[in-house]
Design a protein around this ligand. Structure first.
Ligand SMILES: Cc1cc2nc3c(=O)[nH]c(=O)nc-3n(C[C@H](O)[C@H](O)[C@H](O)COP(=O)(O)OP(=O)(O)OC[C@H]3O[C@@H](n4cnc5c(N)ncnc54)[C@H](O)[C@@H]3O)c2cc1C
Length: 463
């Protein structure tokens, strides 16, 4: 059995790729123009239209809704948000606790709206289980657990090796931490359901429409421009391809593989009856889910970054990455040694120079954006969208500031990435350092995080 590589992602394998909606037919006007048809753009359209039904909203998507990370991700709908600890340092603990509380609520908000709008995205709220394999990982896991509890997660559990294995039998687990604030989803069913929902509400969605430039009150495409008082950039890992944005969020690759459906005997050795999202505490960490049709989908970094901020070719990933992910799969679950890998793919996520997600609406130009979620955008995009809605309403005089507009990630400005070749050398050096640190920690007995990884964290701005 051969492995399909690319084709956007496995999540399209059953339904097939969608036929794109009509492109922009020519110059037009709108009240709000949204660039990008992923979770951020579509949730923003959804909440704005719900709040103000007469708003004329146009979404411009270069290929089709769900072409980007929203159609390729690991399906962890969870409460992590990139940059929270830095926001605590910049704005104080209370502000960061409020951000975390908002994220916890966001997981349930996505589940609520999906149910209300009849979007069946194979959602199962089994929480998130993160496991440790080495003494150093276990020490990090305990510290991580304590930090999360201190940020308000009173319902998080610290698990011993046996308790963790009772949920999912990952070989060599030394311990785990479990939070209820997470759900497994089918990424494409969610993004396509959202696109249908916003269209039914009266939002105009044009696909096969690449935006070449965003200027105040203009989104420019080869077919004409959309003029609107508000233009919202929701392009995450593709942002660097827009004029003037080359050194904004870096397009970081993440790759995934999915197994064939596993037979009952294999599941009997693994457990995983709770369908938790599964992750680990490695520096180059993995993430996985048990799919609704009983496969394991597992992801990790692979080749982290392409020179010049280029993105992949419709999701193809490198053979070496497929092998590396298979190696993790079999190391975690030895019973999968003979299991076929049905599909491999990759996508890009947006990484800001300081690893902090942001939401912005510039009141002087009407330009807004949200993203830089690093690896945790499935839920965060929803919180960002509700925040963009409030910022637009506030700016247009229809509402006052809200709890969401006061959160510390709003109006945060990030410095730009270094020019090439320093950007490429830096990111590749960083991930080589993390992989080396993981190997040394795995082989060693020290509870200390590897020194090279600590230095890498400091240089990268990751922690
Ligand atoms: C392999 C992988 C696994 C991941 N796993 C998880 C996970 O399990 N949990 C989690 O929380 N996060 C995960 N993420 C991250 C998460 O998927 C993203 O953060 C999230 O989907 C971002 O949504 P978005 O709408 O901002 O961006 P995207 O989904 O990337 O959407 C941006 C859209 O903009 C369009 N676009 C770009 N440029 C233009 C242009 N110039 N003109 C018009 N349209 C344009 C693109 O075609 C795309 O459809 C993962 C990401 C990847 C790649």
């Amino acid at each position: 059995m051969t492995t399909v590589n690319g084709g956007i992602s496995f999540w399209y394998a059953k339904s097939g790729l969608p036929v794109p909606r009509e492109p922009l037919p020519g110059d037009t006007t709108a009240d709000v123009c949204i660039v990008g048809g992923g979770y951020t753009g579509l949730w923003t359209a959804y909440y704005l239209k719900k709040a103000v039904p007469f708003l004329r909203i146009v979404v411009l998507e270069q290929r089709f809704c769900g072409y980007g990370a929203s159609g390729r991700n690991g399906g962890w709908l969870y409460n992590g948000i990139a940059g929270r600890d830095r926001y605590a340092a910049l704005h104080g603990r209370e502000a960061a606790v409020a951000l975390q509380r908002a994220m916890n609520g966001t997981v349930d908000e996505v589940i609520r709206v999906a149910a209300e709008e009849g979007i069946d995205a194979d959602i199962h709220k089994g929480g998130v289980l993160e496991v440790a394999h080495s003494p150093a990982q276990l020490a990090r896991l305990r510290a991580f657990h304590e930090t999360e509890v201190a940020f308000g997660e009173k319902d998080r559990l610290l698990l011993g090796a046996a308790e963790s294995a009772a949920r999912i039998r990952v070989a060599g687990t030394a311990g785990g931490t479990w939070t209820p604030h997470g759900a497994r989803i089918h990424p494409v069913k969610l993004v396509q359901g959202l696109a249908r929902t916003v269209e039914a509400l009266g939002v105009v969605v044009h696909e096969s429409t690449p935006v070449t430039e965003i200027r105040p009150k203009h989104a420019v495409t080869p077919f004409g421009s959309v003029r609107a008082p508000y233009v919202l950039r929701c392009t995450e890992g593709f942002t660097a391809s827009l004029k003037g944005q080359k050194r904004s969020w870096l397009p970081m690759n993440s790759s995934m593989v999915v197994t064939e459906p596993l037979p009952r005997e294999v599941w009997d050795t693994i457990g995983w009856e709770g369908r938790e999202a599964l992750g680990d505490m490695a520096h180059a960490y993995m993430y996985a889910q048990r799919t609704a049709d009983d496969r394991i989908a597992i992801g990790g970094r692979g080749v982290p970054y392409r020179f010049g901020s280029r993105t992949d070719n419709d999701g193809r990933t490198q053979a070496a990455t497929v092998e590396a992910l298979r190696e993790i799969l079999v190391r975690f679950f030895p019973a999968t040694g003979r299991v076929a890998i049905d599909h491999a793919w990759s996508g890009v996520l947006g990484v800001p120079r300081d690893w902090c997600a942001t939401v912005e609406l510039d009141r002087s130009t009407g330009l807004g954006w949200a993203g830089g979620y690093v690896g945790s955008g499935v839920a965060t995009a929803n919180l960002a969208a509700r925040t963009l809605r409030d910022l637009v309403q506030m700016d247009s005089g229809q509402a006052h500031g809200t709890e969401l507009t006061a959160l510390p990630w709003v109006h945060h400005r990030v410095r730009r990435w270094e020019p090439e070749p320093f950007r490429w050398i830096g990111v590749h050096g960083l991930y080589a350092a993390y992989r080396g640190a993981d190997r040394r920690e795995q082989a060693g007995r020290s509870v200390e995080t590897d020194r090279v990884a600590r230095i890498a964290d400091r240089i990268s701005g990751r922690h």
